[in-house]
Design a protein around this ligand. Sequence first.
Ligand code: FES
Length: 241
Amino acid sequence: MPALTTASRTLARSWTAHQLPAVRASCSAIQTQTRSVSEVSTTSSFDSPFKGMGSSQGTTKIPSFAKYRNKSGESSTKVFQYFMVGTMGAITAMGAKATVQDFLVNMSASADVLAQAKVEIDLSAIPEGKNVIIKWRGKPVFIRHRTESEIQEAEDTKWEALRDPQSDQDRVQKPDWLIMLGVCTHLGCVPIGEAGDFGGWFCPCHGSHYDISGRIRKGPAPLNLEVPPYEFPEEGKVVIG
Ligand code: FES
């Protein structure tokens, strides 16, 4: 191992001894070249256009834009800007309003749908003790012209203990006219009139019995038959809806 170290040192010394003159020669060549470049630059015949200009004059000439300036001053420009901004804002607001309005008109109910929203019925055509079924907004509506005995029975019922407790007075505006939707509150079948255990309506789908006031008395239906909005605008007429 020591013999190997000695041999490597000897080899490094002999390489340095051979290479050193060449390195020195290249350094002196670089110095010579640098000197010759500086000599050339000082003795160059190139004449710079900025040579000899004072610091007050500078090397950049900025053109004058004075002739493009607004002669009437800054305030008139601002008035014009405000006018343009205001006008554009007004036009944008009008466009937005028109768009929203068109959308709402498009989404609202059409004339034929509005015509079905209310239905007027002549009650004089319905004799006492009879049912009539009319169509309102795609649903059947029962109108019953009740007799005196039916009214008495509906009012005498102990409604507090019923499944959906409701008095007969809360379900009618005039005792002789019972008006309600003909849709079973169980699963939506149309009950049959003058049927069932309570003399009112019977739903054959699953066996719900409603009384003469349309209240659920027996079967799976959870609620009384629904009473729609209606009014009597004059004697012998009813408007549903
Ligand atoms: S839908 Fe009437 S009882 Fe079921």
